[in-house]
Structures are given as structure tokens and as C-alpha cells.
Design a protein around this ligand. Structure first.
Ligand SMILES: [Zn+2]
Length: 292
């Protein structure tokens, strides 16, 4: 959990890869860019951890040395709302991700809960709550104590993960982490995040439902996003791309106003560069509105 607002990339930045950097070099390289969070991308993982324990532990050491807070994005191949077989396989994938998160000291596994499929909305919510409870109990039973489960707000209408659904899961299941993907929320609501007031409403609702600590420590994803009214999210865009929302400056105002300390993970194509830009925008808002 963050002691201050923190910023970092989703996955290893492309420039780091081009320069041939190893995973263990990432925290040091982020530090040079004045970033202090990193979301390891386990997004293509199957049912066992796809990294060695010693590599995860080496990353943990370097992250600690460079004061970089780690999180992990779980496998895309998870659908907790599927039929029994799909559910069981999804559960194993999520647990594999949590295992690696525990090794590397990542505080949360962020994941996409699944698709409504044949489930009605009420049934989907019930299923999701019971599934996340089950996974949480499984994690404890195998000694994974320090990793929270973070179901994320999703951008497509076919996906479980409206703001209210995520609030409900976090309310019902202990040891969950509130994860707001602001671009997904913007897409899902047909471009609903325009003014600072739009962002403020989300923060106020989160505080009402989950309490002050949960809202202050929210984990966030941010990018600009293209969407259609019919199905929602289409694709992510970089911050400098004109014509797309949401605008980070508006969220920055609300972060200052509510003294939030989110972990802000940037998911654009230039994820480290844009994370550094967001950090600067927040500093500007802090200067303008009086520092936190
Ligand atoms: Zn995600």
C-alpha cells in the first residue's frame, strides 16, 4: 500500500526492452525516471507461475532497494463466471499469479473477473462474490497472506466490472483491494468522466461504500481510451493524443482535494513516459491547490 501517490508503468516499458534491460533492472531504471511503482504483467500466464521463484525474489530485492512498489496484473485468461471447468481453470490461473505476487512482494493481484455470458447481472454478482471468497480462502490455506485480490472496473459492456459491481465485491469479500481503471470507467459510461466533478462523484461514492482508508489507498489504471457507445472500450491511447479522454489533470485535482495516495499505473503505449507526465501533472495540481 502506498505511503504517497505513486506512479509507474504497466509491464516493462518498451524502451527498456529495446535497450535489452532484464526484469531485475526495471526498478533501477524506473527510479532514474523518478517513478516509484511497477505492475508486473503476468497477463499471458497459465495455471502455474511462469517465472522462477529466484527471479521474483531478485525483483523484490531491487524494488525494495529503489523504493518501487510492486503490483501484479493477473492473467487475461480468467473467467470466474464461466461453467465449472472454466471456473476451476481460472481459479488455478489466479492462484498461480498470486503465488508469484507473494514471491516478489507485490501487494495486489489485479484481475478481470470475467464475462456475464449467460448470467443475468444479479446472478453474475452473486457468483463473482462467492468465487472471490473461495479464491481468497484458498490463498490463505496455502500460506499466501500478503497479497490482496483486486478485481478491476472493466470497459466493455460484456464484462463484469461496473463501478457498483466492484464496490459490491470489495464490500463483501475481505482482503480485496479497490482497483479503478479510470479509462475503462470512462468507456463503459460512454465518456462519463469529463469534469473534475465527474471524478469527484466516483471518489465520494467509493468513500461512502468502502470507507476512507479504501478510497485513499485505491489502485488505479490510467490511459486515454477510444470507445463505442454500443460495446464500450475499443483501444487505449497515449496521453498526448488529442480527441480522447479522460484527462488526468481533472483526476489530479480530486487526488489533491481528497488527499488520496493512489498507486497510478499507466497503460498507454509509452507507459513510463506517460506515468512521469501524470506525476508532473499531479505536482502541478498540488502547487496550485496547496500541497498535501
Ligand atoms: Zn486490466
Amino acid at each position: 500500500m502506498a505511503d504517497r501517490p505513486r506512479f509507474g508503468p504497466a509491464g516493462v516499458p518498451h524502451m527498456f526492452r529495446l535497450k535489452g534491460a532484464k526484469l531485475v533492472d526495471v526498478p533501477k531504471l524506473l527510479r532514474i525516471e523518478e517513478l516509484d511503482a511497477f505492475e508486473y504483467a503476468a497477463v499471458r500466464w497459465g495455471q502455474v507461475p511462469q517465472m522462477k521463484r529466484e527471479d521474483a525474489q531478485a525483483l523484490r530485492e531491487e524494488a525494495k532497494r529503489n523504493d518501487v512498489l510492486l503490483s501484479l496484473h493477473g492473467s487475461y485468461f480468467i473467467n470466474l463466471l464461466g461453467e465449472k471447468e472454466v471456473f476451476e481453470a481460472s481459479k488455478r490461473r489466479l492462484i498461480a499469479c498470486a503465488q508469484a505476487a507473494e514471491w516478489m512482494g507485490a501487494y495486489v493481484v489485479v484481475f478481470h473477473a470475467g464475462f456475464y455470458g449467460k448470467n443475468g447481472k444479479t446472478e453474475a454478482l452473486k457468483k463473482c462474490i462467492s468465487a472471490v471468497k473461495e479464491v481468497s480462502a484458498d490463498l490463505k490455506s496455502i500460506g499466501i497472506e500478503n497479497v490482496k485480490l483486486g478485481p478491476e472496473t472493466m470497459g466493455r459492456h460484456s464484462q463484469f466490472g461496473s463501478l457498483d459491481e466492484i464496490f459490491a465485491v470489495c464490500q463483501e469479500v475481505e482482503d480485496t483491494q479497490l482497483v479503478i481503471d479510470w479509462s475503462h470507467l470512462h468507456a463503459r459510461t460512454g465518456g462519463g468522466l469529463r469534469s473534475a466533478e465527474d471524478f469527484r462523484k466516483v471518489v465520494v461514492a467509493a468513500e461512502e461504500k468502502l470507507g476512507t482508508a479504501a478510497v485513499k489507498d485505491m489502485h488505479c489504471h490510467f490511459s486515454k481510451i477510444e470507445f463505442t457507445y454500443k460495446s464500450g472500450e475499443r483501444r487505449h491511447h497515449i496521453l498526448d493524443e488529442p480527441g480522447y479522454g479522460p484527462e488526468f489533470e481533472k483526476l489530479a485535482e480530486v487526488i489533491v482535494e481528497f488527499k488520496l495516495r493512489p498507486v497510478m499505473i499507466c497503460e498507454t503505449a509509452v507507459q513510463d513516459v506517460d506515468a512521469a507526465k501524470m506525476k508532473k501533472m499531479l505536482a502541478k495540481a498540488q502547487n496550485k491547490m496547496g500541497s498535501q
